[in-house]
Design a protein around this ligand. Sequence first.
Ligand SMILES: [Zn+2]
Length: 243
Amino acid sequence: MRPRQSRYARKQLYETRPKPKSVRRLVKFGLLIFMALLLTKLSLMHSTGHADAAIKALPLQSVCLDPGHGGNDPGAQNGNLTEASVNLAVAKKVSSALLAKGYGVYTTRTTDKTLDNANRVNFCNAKRTTILVSIHQNSYTDSGPDYSTALQYKPEDEELANTLANAAGAELALPITPPMQFEDGMLMRAKMPSIIIESLFISNDAEANAGDRVSQQAQGIVNGISTYLQAHKPAQPVKSSKS
Ligand SMILES: [Zn+2]
């Protein structure tokens, strides 16, 4: 028969062994913290990997194309030919060529609709594109003049204006007139290098009746945009040493 004393003593002994239990708890807790940290680290690495993939999948450079006029504003006209329709036809060709080259492309209008300057520039600014290229045809009161030029407003537009005017003139075999500064509501509010390209004079009768000037004009603009974007390629993102 066990004396009461010893039972008490055993209980005492048991109850006075809190150390191993707290140590076990501490180890368990430590293990949990370690696992949590490990999981966090793993998930961070995982999400970084996804972010990298997303950056690589997206086009690094993009263009906002703006076919001038449209809807109730036909722009310049020569007979049945309206500037609005030529601008749209050129923009469509430029868009598919740039997409094929891997650039991102956004277009302010893809149909014959009315847009004001604010609609156009707000759209492009919201898309945060690398550049903005507004496509127009030049015109004059008589059929005489015909040359390629561009319009720009900000100092940072200058290179884009020169590059595109030169490229359009080369493709269309037209003289090139140096780009001029133009206080245009869209150019003034654009947050990226932006220009108006005037590849040729729609008012020139020979021009209006020339063969496929739309394709040549589009090719010139594509050449100019490609040259400019190649020269302004962003540095490849540096791989983080953590991942
Ligand atoms: Zn115009």
